[in-house]
Design a binder for this molecule. Sequence first.
Ligand code: ZN
Length: 166
Amino acid sequence: MAIRQIREIGDEILTKKCKDVPKMTLRTKILIGDMLETMYDKNGVGLAAPQVGVLKRIVVIDVGEGPIVLINPEIIETSGEQTGEEGCLSVPGKWGYVTRPDHVKVRALNQEMEPVEMEGEGLLARAFCHEIDHLSGQLYVDKTEDGLHDVTYEDPEDDLEETEEQ
Ligand code: ZN
């Protein structure tokens, strides 16, 4: 596995639509392993394939409950609403308030290309929406309530909650 370079806002690849993954290949397995390693290396809670320059419909997520890999994911149900801080590994040093559904159900394929359904609330629901948006070329920066704010790096002793980057 290897850590891949993260594409940043302004890179055209982040605005493009991704293609469905038709079958699992060694190349795709390696990509998924690299995406997980890259996400953990950057302390992110999610990463979508276009963020490492690959226009495939693959996302990885870990909100602290273990890794989730979703291939060709679709949101099939949403309910509720949450407004909270959102960040993105492709938009370093920034965060913004984004309103998302509080409960999200997704249908996808797992790494064995078997159909799975998953439900998420709170941060996981937000991560599903944020990452799946990446697959259609959308960034959270276009959905913020009042634009982007600079991340201020506090003394770690202060024990302030950091914005989760996805
Ligand atoms: Zn992102």
